[in-house]
Design a protein around this ligand. Structure first.
Ligand SMILES: [Zn+2]
Length: 283
């Protein structure tokens, strides 16, 4: 096999693995908010209890072949299931192309980095969905993932991955990420006597710090998520007459900014960081 053919087949493999992970995320999304196990019982139709057979559980394809209905009772299957699978699959593929754009970029270290950051992105997909629907961020994808981020940094450093954080940078990132939001929440509470953000956001930003480090990642994420959040909040007031009091979870903005950082952070920061530094001064 030529290096080019190997490179392409690895990308196909990465996409298929990512689709399968997306399928597992659907299980997490459905069960974690109720604290149910994600491994047992096996997947079944929520309407009639029909046990989903392996060939009814193939990402994307099964939903199309079943024509979006349970094969036993005909209850419609939400298009959100294949949408989550496709989103996760595409993130896995695009991440591969970001980290290993040429056949010559493929290495054990780069591959390990793909696995680490793909798990990271998958946790963001699931926690965003759960936060939008239930206004909670599961600990499994936030504070419990901090040691995972620290361990992953140590592993990538040991493997000699260029751009890996040291485990100390990971620990500092988690402490500064979580600590920063704690201070914000505390200050907000002192002034307004209400919780501006939830502790789920504190734990999520700690996790982002553990995987991405403090500088420039956390600065970028806080800035971009705040700008996006203000923009969407204002749009909601203008178009729907809602106030900021309407529940608008902040976690999805943090997650979205982190995804932007993973894919475009290097380019955006090289280009705009000097001017971005002035934005906090103007606010
Ligand atoms: Zn059914």
């Amino acid at each position: 096999m030529t290096p080019e053919a190997f490179h392409i087949s690895l990308q196909v493999w990465a996409f298929l693995v990512a689709l399968a992970v997306g399928s597992f995320l659907n299980v997490c999304i459905a069960r974690m908010p109720d604290d149910r196990s994600v491994v047992s019982p096996p997947s079944h139709c929520p309407a009639c209890g029909h046990r989903i057979r392996w060939y009814e559980n193939i990402p994307l394809l099964s939903w199309v072949m079943l024509r979006a209905r349970c094969s036993a009772c005909g209850t419609p299957i939400s298009p959100l299931y294949p949408a989550i699978e496709l989103l996760t699959g595409l993130l896995g593929l695009l991440l591969f192309r970001k980290l290993m754009p040429e056949a010559g970029d493929v290495s054990q270290a780069a591959f390990a980095a793909w696995a680490v950051y793909f798990v990271f992105l998958s946790m963001l997909v699931a926690s965003t969905y759960i936060d939008l629907r239930h206004y909670i961020i599961p600990d499994e994808f936030s504070i419990y993932a901090v040691p995972l981020g620290v361990g992953a940094s140590a592993l990538l450093t040991w493997m000699g991955y260029e751009g890996a954080l040291t485990w100390k940078q990971s620990v500092v990132g988690a402490l500064i990420g979580g600590g920063f939001l704690l201070v914000v929440i505390g200050a907000y509470w002192l002034v307004k006597r209400v919780e501006g953000m939830g502790f789920g956001d504190v734990k999520l930003l700690a996790m982002l710090g553990a995987f991405l480090g403090t500088w420039p990642a956390l600065f970028f994420i806080v800035l971009v998520s705040t700008l996006l959040g203000s923009f969407v909040g204002l749009a909601m007031i203008v178009f729907r007459g809602r106030s900021f009091k309407a529940q608008l979870p902040f976690g999805p903005f943090l997650a979205f900014a982190a995804v932007i950082y993973v894919f475009f952070g290097d380019v955006l920061i090289a280009k705009y960081l000097p001017s971005l530094m002035f934005v906090p001064l103007m606010l």
